[in-house]
Design a protein. Sequence first.
Length: 321
Amino acid sequence: MRRALFMALLATCGMLAGCGGARESEWVRADSKTTQTLESIHGSGPNDVWAVGRLGTLIHWDGTQWSVVDAGTSVDLHAVWTVGPKDAWAVGERGTVLHWDGVRWSRVNVGVDNPFVDVWASGPSDVWIVPGSGGTRYLNSPMHFDGKTWSERPLPTGSGANSRLWGSGSGDVWLIGASLDGDLLHWTGASWSVVNPEVGSEPDCVDGWGSGPDELWVLCDMYALEPALLFKNASGWKQLPSFPSDDVPSNWNGLWGGGGKLWLVANGGVVWHFNGSAWSEELRWDLDAPDLEAVWGSSESDIWAVGSDGAVVRRTKPASP
């Protein structure tokens, strides 16, 4: 029922700034072919997008439609990363690490049964996975694959698991949420170092995204009523302007951006957009809307968001003037 009402809302007012803005782009529904909650989405381009979720759900967009693909497992999958059409990775519960070779998904043995919460890769010989809580073996450092073997890459003292990954290359990888002090951890090719953005009060950073070595967005809790967004470019760190509304969710779930622009998704079907200078609300909170868990795009006119009940929505150019 919630998903049906949400899709009806999108069909009638899924344009920029809610019901009534200029129709430069709009959010439209898509048939995901599943009703399972989707937790992560990533692709290598507009015709190659993967999303993963509960009970081993794996769906693929080929540029025309979504289809369900056999994952070979029924455990919950928490994250997916796509390097190219023949190279993608997914991770989940019970030590599950899956690899796509262009034909099928295969289980990869990493030697532990810990849950994994995130994955990032720059190529077949540079893959990172992050453990969550649990498992028979204590594991609080990310694991790295060099094309032959998996090994732990120890973190500085006071850091731990349950963090988020993003990188632009083998010498530029970020862990967000790993430091107990709320700092960021940066891999430059040899070891991890602690980075304190030194913006405002002490941030507790929980997620991040970037588009290159000189553009990183970080979502933080500044111990206020709303989250704070930090932005790093060649000039250093800065905090983005506050949201222009008091009705802002405190439980943001995902972010994606590039070219100085950013999109955030949250519970209640909410989408906010930062255009480089100001915020706007592109999809408003609705009690009956499914929660949006993750967002990714190949460009600002081709952005996907996924969430509960198999919800998949797309930001695209309007079908009609």
